[in-house]
Design a protein around this ligand. Structure first.
Ligand SMILES: *[C@@H]1O[C@H](CO)[C@@H](O)[C@H](O)[C@H]1NC(C)=O
Ligand SMILES: *[C@@H]1O[C@H](CO)[C@@H](O)[C@H](O)[C@H]1NC(C)=O
Ligand SMILES: *[C@@H]1O[C@H](CO)[C@@H](O)[C@H](O)[C@H]1NC(C)=O
Length: 383
């Protein structure tokens, strides 16, 4: 506490100094903001900058030693970056070194804060010293990341120095989205920490030998995905809504006795996520062998009393009327954001969400666009 008091005093003194016109003062109040705790620096930052200035700015993507990437930072005015692929790890796809040369700081106390991202990793660093810095990536996650960086580069975002607190909050949310074991563990840790959920490994076999004959119309499938894009969305959904499942589907038997699954979020040939009615065998095979979100699935049969009242004809009519309709991104985001404030439990806040979406729009434009554009178009009646 004493330290904070001292910094605040320093801050008010320096503001006074600046006000009397010490133009060349090497000390600028904005520069010490990153050193202050978030609760203190945030209100000051908000007064110094407009909300938009607080979002990360995409400065470019580095994919080769010939990159001619140059930009002006908030602290350092001259910055360059380039990427060198290497194979120090002697792994199949090798790794890479991102070189960042920063120079011409506008004051000796300032720093620039950076976020580096691919769809498979997010990391950050900050620079105080004018020199060449490097960001070492020992080994790419695999072919997909290697090719992504070759083709699109490692994305670099500049963030306002005072956003260090926000970045620390982001640090918990970002890894959720990476489609890796790290991302999966991050999802589990997040749910344990923020929802008090517990995960206990089941004894093998992990797959129940379920027979389609035992499943009836109206039986419910509660799905919890914990990896990759859907895993991350579900983690955040579970957390903001308090539910322990992130996805549901329903079983329906047709007049020939064939079993089907009705669910939303099925990808069609065009790559769009739609509502679909899929044969049980196909659905189950996908979940067993192809679903990279590593789902936990609970089959919840209807209570016999409820089953007796379940109107299969009406259920089919409804399911067929919905088949082919869009997944529902246009409503998804508003199931979380439904009040003026108080939408996000800490460490999330509107700024953190805006940061995530800004970065994600750059890296995976199609998914981010689904969520925001469809939602806003629906609310503004522009589509
Ligand atoms: C890196 O080295 C390993 C072991 O020598 C080799 O198997 C691999 O193909 C190399 N990868 C690249 C991208 O050069
Ligand atoms: C699963 O069940 C089917 C029929 O109920 C049976 O034929 C099959 O052997 C079982 N498989 C395993 C691995 O238990
Ligand atoms: C079941 O639904 C159908 C179609 O909506 C309706 O015509 C029928 O009366 C319903 N049956 C019962 C028992 O409610």
């Amino acid at each position: 506490m004493a330290k904070i008091g001292w910094l605040l005093l320093l801050l008010s003194v320096s503001v006074t100094v600046l006000e009397v016109g010490a133009l060349n003062s090497p000390f600028k109040p904005r520069d010490v903001l990153p050193l202050l705790p978030r609760q203190v620096s945030w209100p000051i930052l908000n007064r110094l900058y407009s909300a938009v200035d607080l979002l990360p700015v995409f400065v470019g993507a580095a994919s080769s030693p010939d990159d001619n990437l140059e930009w002006k930072g908030a602290c350092f005015y001259d910055n360059k970056a380039w990427m060198v692929f290497h194979n120090d790890s002697a792994t199949q796809f090798g790794g890479g070194t991102l070189h960042i040369k920063v120079s011409k700081a506008h004051s000796w106390t300032c720093m620039d804060l950076y976020i580096f991202a691919t769809p498979y990793r997010v990391t950050w660093d900050y620079y105080f010293l004018a020199r060449e810095h490097t960001l070492e990536i020992k080994a790419w996650e695999g072919k997909a990341e290697y090719e992504y960086v070759k083709n699109h580069g490692l994305s670099i975002f500049l963030l306002h120095a005072g956003m260090l607190g926000t970045l620390q909050a982001l640090w918990e949310v970002f890894p959720l989205f990476t489609n890796t074991g790290w991302g999966e563990n991050s999802n589990i840790n997040f749910l344990e920490k923020h929802m008090g959920a517990s995960f206990e490994a089941r004894p093998q076999p992990w797959v129940t030998n379920v027979s389609a004959d035992d499943i009836h119309s109206g039986d419910f499938l509660a799905v919890s995905k914990i990896r990759g894009r859907w895993g991350a969305f579900e983690t955040l959904e579970k957390w903001v809504s308090g539910a322990y499942a992130g996805h549901t589907a329903v079983c329906l038997r047709d007049s020939n006795g064939k079993l089907w699954v009705g669910e939303s979020g099925h990808e069609n040939e065009k790559g769009e996520d739609i509502i679909a009615i899929i044969p049980w065998e196909e659905w189950w095979d996908f979940e067993l062998h192809k679903d990279d979100s590593n789902p936990h699935i609970a089959l919840l049969p209807l209570h016999p009393d409820m089953r007796a009242r379940f109107n299969e004809t009406a259920a089919w009519e409804y399911a067929l009327s919905m088949a082919g309709k869009p997944y529902g991104y246009h409503n998804m985001i508003f199931s979380w954001i439904d009040t003026l404030n108080g939408n996000y439990p800490p460490p999330l806040d509107a700024n953190v969400v805006a940061c995530v979406m800004t970065i994600w729009s750059q890296i995976q434009p199609e998914y981010a666009a689904n969520m925001w554009n469809e939602a806003l178009n629906k609310r503004l009646e522009t589509k």
